[in-house]
Design a protein. Structure first.
Length: 95
């Protein structure tokens, strides 16, 4: 039963990889903080990585290309911001 569920989830993420909007769905979920579970975020990053490495180089749509760039910038800013918050909290607790 659990194996069947895991197989369905993996199939779903494979479908997202081949979908035209799969990377956008995953990017939106990551930026919104919709999923905090590491394994879901991991799979979302895999979908986005697949798009960037396989389909982005062939993409002629300037809006899509700009959306990918914006996602990368936003996720990097969010990550750095979270690291700074964690660092500041650590400093307040131990210094």
């Amino acid at each position: 039963m659990l194996f069947d569920f895991i197989e369905q989830v993996l199939e779903y993420f494979e479908q997202l990889k081949t979908s035209d909007s799969g990377w956008e769905q995953c990017a939106s979920a990551l930026l919104s903080g919709q999923y905090e579970e590491e394994h879901i975020r991991f799979f979302c990053y895999q979908v986005i990585e697949h798009f960037i490495t396989k389909r982005y180089p062939l993409c002629q749509d300037s809006t899509t290309r700009q959306n990918v760039r914006n996602f990368v910038i936003n996720i990097m800013q969010s990550t750095v911001s979270n690291l700074l918050i964690s660092y500041n909290l650590w400093c307040e607790a131990y210094i």
